[in-house]
Design a protein. Sequence first.
Length: 93
Amino acid sequence: MNEREGPARDRLLDALLSLKSRQECAALLEDLCTIQEQGDMVKRLEAARLLDNGANYQDVGRETGMSTATISRVNRCLRYGAGGYRTVLDRLK
């Protein structure tokens, strides 16, 4: 079993689903992730939003400071991934 499977992962998913406010979510992210990890997640979601709105890699890089390799990965996940970005972006519209 790896960290992407099993009861421990299910507990993490249940913990995320239990959050009821922006403040609760921010508190868990602060406890769970480093400042760098949080910043990376913010940038990736922003890159997905920009790409979904038709921005090119150069524009996304300028807005986020991300490398084209990371932007490409975000774009691949947005287009062909598990659907997480799509679900969130559609719900935030």
